[in-house]
Design a protein around this ligand. Structure first.
Ligand SMILES: Nc1ncnc2c1ncn2[C@@H]1O[C@H](COP(=O)(O)OP(=O)(O)OP(=O)(O)O)[C@@H](O)[C@H]1O
Ligand SMILES: [Mg+2]
Length: 405
């Protein structure tokens, strides 16, 4: 086949970068209330007193990460005017960190120069915490605010969320050396609900909820982005509204809405149509939906991957729907093969709950009649099982369970 010529000419996009997830908008629309709550929670810091610990929760794509980054930038700009504070915001994305130990070790390295990094395995746990406290004590900053994004990855192993928020109180890091504050961010409501009471008390001094966007909010966000992204007048005026409506129905995620608009433009470009129309949006939707589900599956914590694997194994034996105990037994077999830490039945029941909330599994509650109690039965939902299989077979470590991939 004769290949098309590569040319920079583009009749649809002025600057498609603006529609990518990596693009940082310079303001966050439709989030005034949440951002002022957020700023209020940081008030003690700018006053030079002890920070409050903050927990940010809300579904995926609702501006938690980008909002945090904008707040941090604003704070850094404003704090230059004052001599009494010197605040260091330390951002860590915990996506790939499956326990408190790894989070602590990665934090230690955030304070160290390139050539003095520690290995992130192998130390006794106490020693890692002590190393972290030492870094916090010795820093020249008045405050260190540690931002732990996607913190749900650590699952039940939430010790760090107990240790860090109280390190000023127990004098591990005396407040006169450094004030320490923690901002935890999560899109997993089950994780928040299952935090132990002791963690909840200290971490969630301020809880800020980012709700999903509605169709109109999404349409306004898209219209704003479209101004710089598209060539003038190529977008049918109803397109942002339709993307907003579809994304609003789907989940209220701005990421999803932006992906939809981007994909619609992309289709128009590759088909050589002069304008982006509703038809492009409708055809873009199934593609974007599938991508989103795949991405969410890929991003699940490893214990959730193993739990899904167990459900898949039961599906292959025609044993679905299944009770959590049956799934747990299948999980144990798989977990013993690929990871060292096999979790308790309770943890896996929580993972099943989280998977159900995210729509990867369905749950029905059965009553066994008088005095028989109730039990829950899990099954796959509407998502294609072949996709789940494909993602698991290409996930680090879990892939070992698919010898004939
Ligand atoms: N109010 C908004 N205005 C403009 N863009 C937004 C807004 N909210 C979110 N976005 C965009 O949507 C995308 C997702 O936002 P963000 O990464 O902050 O989501 P999140 O809440 O952290 O999601 P997750 O839980 O998946 O990490 C980003 O590209 C971001 O720029
Ligand atoms: Mg985020």
């Amino acid at each position: 086949m004769a290949l098309d010529e590569f040319t920079p000419a583009d009749h649809i996009f002025e600057n498609e970068e603006v529609l990518r997830d990596s693009h940082r908008p310079d303001e966050l629309l439709e989030r005034d209330e949440q951002l002022s709550e957020y700023q209020a929670a940081l008030k003690p810091v700018i006053k030079g007193t002890r920070p409050k610990n903050i927990f940010l929760v809300g579904q995926t794509g609702v501006g938690k990460t980008v909002g945090t980054k904008l707040i941090r930038e604003q704070f850094n700009k404003d704090q230059q005017k004052y001599d009494h504070i010197d605040v260091n915001f330390v951002y860590l994305n915990c996506k790939k960190l499956s326990n408190s130990y790894r989070v602590a070790a990665n934090l230690v390295n955030k304070f160290r120069p390139e050539d003095d990094q520690i290995t992130t395995t192998g130390y006794p746990r106490d020693m890692i915490y002590n190393m972290l406290y030492r870094e916090l004590r010795n820093t020249d900053h008045t405050h260190v605010i540690i931002i732990l994004d996607e913190i749900d990855s650590i699952g039940n192993d939430d010790g760090i969320l107990y240790e860090l928020p109280r390190c000023n109180d127990n004098e591990e890091v005396p407040p006169e050396d450094t004030y320490v504050g923690v901002i935890g961010i999560s899109n997993d409501f089950t994780f928040r609900d299952n935090l132990s009471a002791r963690v909840k008390d200290s971490l969630c001094e301020e809880e800020i909820h980012f709700p999903p966007y509605d169709a109109e909010e999404l349409a306004r966000i898209l219209e704003h982005r479209a101004e710089n992204a598209f060539v003038d007048d190529v977008l049918d005026s109803s397109v942002p509204r339709l993307c907003g409506a579809l994304a609003g129905q789907e989940s209220g995620s701005a990421r999803y809405a932006l992906n939809l608009l981007y994909k619609a433009g992309d289709l128009a470009r590759s088909e050589g149509t002069p304008r982006v129309s509703e038809d492009h949006v409708r055809r873009a939707e199934p593609l974007v939906k599938e991508n989103k589900i795949r991405r969410e599956l890929e991003r699940l914590p490893s214990q959730s991957h193993l739990t899904l694997y167990a459900v898949l194994a039961l599906h292959n034996k025609d044993k679905l729907p299944a009770r959590s105990l049956t799934i747990y037994n299948a999980y144990q077999t798989a977990a013993e093969e690929v990871v060292s830490d096999v979790k308790t039945q309770r943890t896996i029941r929580d993972r099943l709950g989280a998977l159900q909330l995210k729509g990867f599994l369905t749950m029905t509650r059965e009553n066994r009649g008088e005095g028989g109690g109730r039990y829950d039965l899990y099954d796959f939902g509407e998502i294609e099982i072949s996709m789940i299989r494909d993602v698991l077979a290409n996930t680090d470590r879990i892939d070992e369970l698919f010898p004939n991939k």
